[in-house]
Design a protein. Structure first.
Ligand code: PMP
Length: 395
């Protein structure tokens, strides 16, 4: 069976997380909002335990964690949720980057339609955003700066620590979409200057459909967020709705395990990456994004002369890989991330993203290379047939 190498799209659920989820799906099925019986209070304590576990990863307090359905919702809540405050205080300028996930770019577009001004900073060719470019974009009326921690297509780590430091004396709120870095790259997210952090469960071996938004207090004050939905008042009124206790308990467990094991996990991913880079050398790949700035578990590369569609199909019996972003693969358009890096068309059309986790086994790399070389061979054959037919036609 093909080895799954698309963990940046979604990752397997850790068996220990699965057990936790099953407990709250099966035995402890209470509603965390029910106050009159043990079923409710036990569900409530599972949620509060998870809140502590998530908070611990980013050095926040449990009162600063709001559970959501995933990073898409967290990004929406962070960006759209600050708009009312921005509009009422005359701070209507927003700064972000051209390489953000659509769940940041689209809410920004929505805000642009509501009278906000949005500056999108371009990345360097290596796929990282220069902290100075962010600083230069910030103005007196900037409400929010939003920069992702790790790019989901290239795996390039963004210098959010440096950005936070440069913004130390600016009042703008700083939001980080940490879907790909939470529980993996721990230290950068612990900076108190980062006000809002979006978290996704299914990238850290918890189920899909759960995430969180960390909203740090500033000088003891809650951030001036307004909710996107209205209802039962759960999650400080910021995210009403009956809490999905099994999913939240799973996210809590996954966070606890990530904090305890991230060093060994990263080491295992680095070993995987070293082998992958060595094994793929015969294909002479070019890397889309500075390799020395990438996380240990994602690589984006182009094999010259081979389109990503052909390659993904050809290797499908050996490995399940993708062309970058699962979120845009239905639109068939070139990646906005790679085009922001000003890569040429052929390189973008050949982009392959391979992403793994600490438990991934190595695929049959020789089979992988044979499959891709098979495409080249077939194309060479086609070319020579065309020449022969051309000659025959001329005769
Ligand atoms: N931001 C980034 C950087 C991501 O990689 C993803 C998932 N592809 C998201 C946001 C959306 O996360 P979720 O699937 O939890 O909504």
């Amino acid at each position: 069976m093909a080895v799954y190498l698309d963990c940046a799209a979604t990752a397997p659920v850790d068996p220990r997380v699965q057990r936790e989820v099953m407990t709250y799906l099966g035995i402890e099925f209470g509603n965390a909002g029910s106050r009159h019986h043990g079923f409710g209070t036990r569900a409530r304590s599972a949620v509060e335990k998870a809140r502590v576990q998530v908070a611990a990863v980013v050095g926040a307090t449990r009162g600063e964690i709001v559970f959501t359905s995933g990073a898409t919702e967290s990004n929406n809540l962070a960006l759209l949720g600050l708009a009312e405050h921005g509009a009422s205080t005359g701070r209507t300028h927003l700064v972000s980057t051209r390489i953000e996930h659509k769940s940041v770019l689209e809410p920004l577009q929505t805000l642009a339609g509501r009278g906000f001004e949005v500056t999108l900073v371009a990345p360097e060719r290596g796929g990282w955003v220069h902290p100075q470019s962010i600083l230069e974009a910030v103005r007196e009326d900037t409400l929010l700066v939003s920069v992702m921690q790790v790019n989901n297509e290239t795996g390039v780590i963004q210098p959010i620590g440096e950005i936070a430091r440069l913004l130390q004396n600016h009042p703008a709120y700083l939001h980080v979409d940490a879907a790909q870095g939470f529980g993996k790259e721990i230290e950068p997210l612990r900076q108190r200057r980062i006000d809002l952090i979006s978290i996704s469960g299914h990238k850290i071996y918890a189920p899909k459909g759960v995430g969180a938004l960390a909203t740090r207090r500033r000088n003891g004050q809650r951030l001036p967020l307004t909710p996107l939905m209205h209802g039962g008042g759960q999650e400080l009124g910021l995210r009403p709705g009956t809490l999905p206790v099994p999913l939240i308990a799973g996210l809590g467990k996954a966070s606890e395990l990530a904090l305890a094991e991230h060093r060994e996990r990263n080491a295992a991913c680095r070993r995987f990456k070293e082998i992958l880079l060595r094994k793929l050398r015969p294909l002479k790949p070019v890397f889309n994004g500075s390799l020395n700035r990438t996380v240990p578990q994602i690589v984006n590369l182009t094999v010259p002369g081979i389109s990503s569609e052909e390659a993904i199909e050809a290797v499908s019996q050996v490995a399940a890989i993708s062309n970058g972003s699962a979120c845009t693969s239905t639109t068939d358009s070139c990646s906005h991330v790679l085009s922001a890096q000003e890569l040429d068309e052929a390189r973008m059309e050949g982009a392959l993203r391979l992403s793994w986790w600490h438990r991934s086994r190595q695929p049959d790399w020789n089979g992988f290379i044979r499959a891709i070389e098979g495409i080249r061979g077939a194309e060479d054959l086609e070319d020579s047939t065309e020449v022969r037919l051309g000659q025959a036609g001329a005769a």
